[in-house]
Design a protein around this ligand. Structure first.
Ligand code: GN1
Ligand code: MG
Length: 375
């Protein structure tokens, strides 16, 4: 989409100054994201994020925006009551110019303030940054503790309900159209299919969701997409600032956020690394994240939740493996794929599979670290 068109869309929102620069941001597999720089009266600049929401994935945009409004308001209010600063605490949506203060999206577009002096990482070598990443996920939990989770809309039903993801994989595996049209893909994916459909693994997929159902662990407000690239860090200090991308905030289990954070944090390799020898489940990285996370949630976490954390890491990795695999067999209909990477979704699934294998080997070590830092 050209710059003029994007600027005219940006002008539907209450922005300060005159838009002068538009840049495309290439992270995220679902929405289309741009940064817009505006020149303000005092000769300074003000930056915003403009996003086109993928309504195939998020058909219920009004409900999604209501969730975001509710939780960001709650976080701000809680901080104010405690006399804490709300600066860079969470994202701030920009209202549209139509005068309705509740209106924060226009068609499928929405805008938020760019949070100043921050950066993101796809991967990192630095253990200190991982501790901060754990802190960001933990803080999000702490800041939303007490929010009635059941008040939130379930934006993508059964999002991290892993047994449902298994059903979706089964559908992809047995679909006549897939079997007829993508024979080659089934062949190429055989190793991944065999691994994830092993009974031993399938039986693990409902442990956390059953505990939630039986109220053995509390239903919390979870972010559900706490991967490293969804965390803002301060440019100067590398301290975690906040979690962004609140689209999938829904009721869930604490282990989801911990697990999703470590799925991407436990290795230095990219999510779609093709050289499997570069993928290493590193217990030092795991420990660094655990330290930050537990330090933030120590006053709210229950014993059962604490014990569920290592399994959460395995489960989120398993879930992403089968989602990438199912999408590959369905013909790449969900995740955006890079045309320059052949069989991109299979590449992603294989990289996740490598992580899973190593996590299974290091299960006892992962549990040991939790014992060391837990109560
Ligand atoms: C998607 O769009 P993005 O990158 O924030 C997906 C996550 C996956 C992730 C894999 C709504 O997130 O669940 O874990 O890709 N989001 C949705 O990188 O499906
Ligand atoms: Mg997302």
């Amino acid at each position: 989409m050209n710059k003029e068109k994007l600027i005219s869309i940006a002008k539907n929102f209450k922005i300060e100054g005159e838009p002068i620069k538009v840049e495309k941001c290439n992270s995220g597999h679902i929405n289309r994201t741009y940064s817009i720089t505006c020149k303000t009266n005092d000769e300074g600049n003000k930056k915003y994020i403009l996003q086109y929401v993928n309504t195939k994935v998020f058909p219920n945009l009004p409900e999604l925006m209501t969730n975001i409004k509710k939780i960001t308001k709650y976080m701000n209010k809680k901080a104010e009551e405690k006399g804490k600063s709300t600066d860079r605490l969470t994202i701030t949506m920009i209202e549209t110019i139509n005068g309705d203060p509740h209106d924060i999206y226009n068609k499928n577009w929405r805008m938020e303030e760019f949070i100043d002096n921050t950066k993101t990482y796809l991967t990192t070598e630095n253990l200190g940054i991982l501790t901060e990443a754990g802190r960001a996920a933990g803080k999000f939990q702490k800041n939303l503790d007490g929010f009635p989770a059941e008040e939130l809309y379930e934006i993508i039903p059964k999002f991290h309900y892993t047994p449902n993801r298994v059903d979706q994989l089964r559908e992809a595996l047995s679909s006549k159209a897939n079997l007829e049209n993508r024979k080659e893909r089934f062949k190429l994916a055989k190793e991944v299919i065999d691994f994830v459909t092993d009974e031993k693994r399938l039986s693990k997929t409902s442990i956390i969701t059953d505990k939630l159902k039986n109220k053995q662990i509390p239903l919390r407000v979870t972010h559900n997409d706490t991967k490293l690239s969804n965390i803002l860090f301060d440019k100067d200090t590398d301290k975690a600032v906040c979690l962004i991308d609140l689209d999938t905030v829904m009721p869930g289990a604490l282990a989801y956020d911990f697990g999703e954070g470590l799925r991407t944090g436990i290795t230095t390799a990219k999510e779609d690394e093709q050289d499997l020898s570069k993928i290493k489940v590193d217990i030092n990285r795991y420990e660094a994240y655990v330290k930050g996370f537990l330090d933030e949630v120590k006053d709210i976490i229950t014993k059962e939740e604490l014990e569920s954390l290592p399994l959460g890491v395995w489960m989120m990795t398993y879930e992403n493996t089968i989602r990438f695999l199912a999408d590959y067999l369905n013909g790449d209909v969900y995740f955006a794929v890079d045309e320059n990477i052949e069989n991109h979704n299979l590449v992603r699934a294989k990289a996740q599979l490598e992580l899973l294998k190593q996590m299974e080997e290091k299960e006892d070590e992962m549990k040991g670290v939790i014992k060391k830092y837990g109560f």
